[in-house]
Design a protein around this ligand. Structure first.
Ligand SMILES: *Cc1c(COP(=O)(O)O)cnc(C)c1O
Length: 365
């Protein structure tokens, strides 16, 4: 089937959007993922028609049959990306083609139909354009975009659904962690793992998050904000946080991040930071790093900084690490200079304050 018609969106404007003053009030203190814009994208898939019915419509609740596949077998994938307000009043997405590609890969892993990548990017652009008034202009704030796809057929047989719903919603966000740029504490998950070889660790699917929540709850009971997962085979190699990749910074100025072996989510922030660090002349290794080595290096001072990264929280310094067999502080427990430089280099590009030499921005208006 050609994308000719599916790329043309039927636009149904919200008849009662938030008023300017309601919107202003909400944008004062958006938090993360609590407030939403006036519209959403929906596109349907069925076996006989393929992708069809591209729409921008008023944001509203979805009506689902109680037997809908996603509710029972978690056939769901998603993406996370942002639209940034630029100094000249315009707006841009950051590497949306990379999100489209990853969404394609996630769909394949979950036995879902793949959405054409140009349709994915165009759907996000359309939503940001119609809800452009919702892009916050406060320092560090942005419009978070959440494309997702669910198996929407009503059937309890265990097989891939025949029908799917693709949807994009948008949420103005301030910075992800309440504490802003201050360092987070991590709990080492020694009993629960996030992803095993052959599993879905490299796919962005809701099921991975469901499987990580007990570990997060355990970590929070131990007074930590986030969890760091180890590999499922040897329980030794640092993989990533529940929703962020991880980097280590050494006393010789080099950086290291775990390699993409199939159990780690290939973060676009991770990939961008590798490029930016190399642009700065820093050595970056994609090599395994063990939790025991991390503790030893933090204690000896060979490890100077560590940080987590992802679209939502951007670059977040790691201050302390704790586990039943672990307990150490990184550097002085605060954000280090390399972490700060990399965060600034990335956000300066995203917010249009620095030259975009890798052509990562996709300007919307
Ligand atoms: C989304 C996600 C990341 C970060 O990916 P970005 O593309 O940088 O936002 C890292 N780990 C997991 C498990 C994720 O779901």
């Amino acid at each position: 089937m050609s994308n000719g018609d599916v790329l043309t969106f039927d636009i149904q404007k919200n008849p009662s959007p938030a008023t300017a003053s309601e919107r202003e009030a909400l944008l004062q203190n958006p938090g993360f993922g609590r407030i939403f814009t006036d519209h959403m994208v929906t596109i349907r898939y069925s076996q006989d028609r393929g992708w069809h019915g591209s729409k921008i419509e008023p944001r509203k609740a979805l009506a689902l049959d109680p037997a809908t596949v996603v509710l029972h077998y978690a056939q769901e994938i998603f993406e996370g990306m942002k639209a940034y307000h630029l100094p000249d009043g315009g707006a841009a997405l950051f590497r949306p083609g990379a999100n489209a590609r990853r969404f394609h890969n996630s769909a394949e892993r979950l036995a879902m139909p793949t959405l054409p990548e140009d349709l994915f990017v165009e759907s996000v652009r359309e939503l940001v354009r119609i809800d452009r008034e919702w892009i916050p202009t406060a320092e560090g704030a942005s419009l978070y975009l959440r494309p997702f796809m669910i198996g929407s057929e009503a059937a309890l047989g265990t097989r891939p659904a025949t029908d799917y719903l693709y949807c994009v919603i948008a949420s103005p966000v301030a910075s992800y962690f309440k504490s802003g740029a201050s360092a987070v504490s991590l709990w080492v998950s020694e009993h629960f793992t996030r992803a095993a070889p052959g599993g879905t660790g490299a796919a962005k699917c809701g099921g991975n998050y469901a499987a990580s929540l007990s570990a997060l709850a355990e970590g929070q009971r131990e007074g930590c904000e986030q969890v760091v997962f180890l590999d499922a085979v040897e329980r030794r190699w640092v993989e990533e946080l529940g929703g962020m990749n991880v980097f280590f910074v050494f006393d010789d100025g080099s950086l290291q991040t775990p390699p993409l072996t199939g159990t780690i989510l290939p973060g676009i922030t991770r990939d961008s930071l590798i490029t930016l660090a190399r642009d700065m002349g820093l050595v970056v290794r994609e090599e395994p790093y063990s939790i025991d080595q991390w503790q030893a290096d933090a204690k000896s001072g060979r490890l100077r900084e560590a940080f987590a990264c992802g679209t939502a929280a951007v670059v977040t310094p790691i201050g302390k690490v704790k586990g039943s067999k672990y307990g150490f502080t990184i550097g002085d427990g605060n954000a280090g200079p390399v972490t700060g430089r990399l965060k600034a280099a990335l956000t300066d590009i995203q917010f249009g304050r620095a030259a975009d030499k890798h052509e990562w921005l996709d300007r919307l208006f």
